[in-house]
Design a protein around this ligand. Structure first.
Ligand code: GRF
Length: 200
């Protein structure tokens, strides 16, 4: 299966997926909306095609998304993976990749969609927090859930300690979700719920 990964920055989730060396998965390209994204250098060093499409060069979201989709579709991906990709995508874009576009979000959705999830979790006083891999739909951070990881919130936590604990789990569940997809085990039901078939 051909996979395209979209990043905006550090790219540690992309790195975890690349390092997982999932049988049957070929990382066809890593694409960033920021030319200086650290993740691009890692991918290039591994011989993966890299593309930077600077969103600032486009007058509007639709123009950027059209250019982005063209760059993605050049690789005919079976799966498009958002890994710390910090741009909201247009409905047309999301529809074009329906059922083959996934994202990781640093909270236990449906709690804390949007930004600053760790800060908000600490402010709210939740005892557990975590991360969610989900299919992307038109509503931000709302699509069908594929896998989640739960981490405890400790009394002395600050944003740095909590986000590090969550990130460690992100690096586990994102490659797992991609592996399931590549193995053809993920079904997206008409009820917008995901089921994962047992391994053969
Ligand atoms: C991760 O916490 C991810 O859940 C969020 O942005 C962060 C990206 O980190 N959407 P990285 O670029 O994968 O290191």
């Amino acid at each position: 299966k051909s996979i395209v990964i979209l990043v905006s920055g550090r790219g540690s989730n992309m790195e975890a997926i690349v390092r997982a060396a999932i049988p049957g998965a070929r990382i066809a390209a890593v694409i960033s909306n920021r030319p200086d994204a650290a993740g691009l250098a890692f991918a290039a060093a591994r011989g993966i095609a890299t593309v930077a499409i600077d969103h600032k060069a486009y007058a509007d979201r639709a123009g950027f998304d059209t250019a982005l989709a063209a760059a993605i579709d050049a690789h005919q991906p079976d799966l498009v993976v958002l890994a710390g990709f910090m741009r909201v995508l247009t409905d047309d874009f999301v529809r074009h990749y329906e059922g083959r576009l996934i994202n990781i979000h640093p909270s236990l959705l449906p709690s804390f969609p949007g930004l600053h999830t760790h800060r908000r979790a600490l402010e709210t006083g939740v005892r557990v927090h975590g991360a969610t891999v989900h299919f992307v739909t038109a509503t931000l951070d709302c699509g069908p859930i594929v896998i989640q990881a739960v981490v405890p919130v400790h009394a002395g936590d600050d944003e740095a300690t909590l986000s590090a604990r969550v990130l460690e789990q992100e690096h586990r569940i994102y490659p797992q979700a991609v592996r399931w997809f590549v193995e053809g085990r993920i079904a997206l039901g008409a009820d917008a719920r995901v089921s994962v078939a047992d391994a053969d």
